[in-house]
Design a protein around this ligand. Sequence first.
Ligand code: CP
Length: 326
Amino acid sequence: MNIDHEYRTDISSGWNRKHILGLQDLSRDELNIILNQAAEFKRLAAIGETKLTPLAGTVVANLFFEPSTRTRISFGLAAKRLSADTVDFSASGSSLSKGESFIDTAKTIEAMGVSYVVVRHKTPGAPQLLAQHLDANILNAGDGTHEHPTQALLDIFTIREHFGKIEGLTVTLVGDILHSRVARSNIWGLKKLGAHVIVCGPTTLIPSEIEQLGVEVSNSLDDVLPRTDCLNLLRIQFERQRGHYFPSIREYAHLFGMNKQRINKAKENVLILAPGPINRGVEITPDVADGPHSIILGQVSNGLIIRMACLYLLHLQRTASLGIPG
Ligand code: CP
């Protein structure tokens, strides 16, 4: 069986976007193309087809200007599963310390034959900046508090896989909405696919006017829990906070942490997600993180196939734009 031709199905028809910078930009159809392509890669992996060849001869650069475990490793592995060569850049130890700029650094790496650039940066808009200055296809791996599109895609894929749909579900994002790129990307994606989205946390950690994105706002997890199908527990991003947003971690955990008592008040089949890294004992207790409702490690596994799908679709766009037969 020629597996390489198996996944060149109608799934990807209609994709012609050069970059994946955020879910705000993507249509419902484009979201479904990515999710369906990821499902196809998952099907192939399940029958042992873990090494595919569409990106053979190309180079994917991972440019990480902020720490990462999940995103960085899964993008690297996704590129290898598609037979690309990979280069890894970390800000620490680079020539940035000698005064080289962000753009010059990226252009220098691109000049080594790189076609696809995955970038994480603390500054919102950094991936858009690269898209303006480079010829490479750009994938946003998280830009400050702005967007983290592949995290939201893997969250949505995981929810869709579990419930068989997104339309009509109630998804509650809990925690530090103010500083969360994951929350923003989830809101854009989930709303386009027909979910009811609740954002829940202390008033100080919910951006003003967020209702304009079509979400419900709550300051009480206990109030919204009984009608929630999926909880996505966001980390308190102490590294981005410029003040004190709640009196103590203990009080936050008491009011907004997911624990066994709250599981007992939730829907019987409530699904618990967390983008990670998790802080055990703050947004989630260890028994819930490791318990039967948690799909946290499943999210990590799905991250690999979502990133394969994103790289593959950008490759299709690139080869089509260069007039190379797919
Ligand atoms: N969820 C997420 O982006 O994790 P990393 O920071 O480890 O990549």
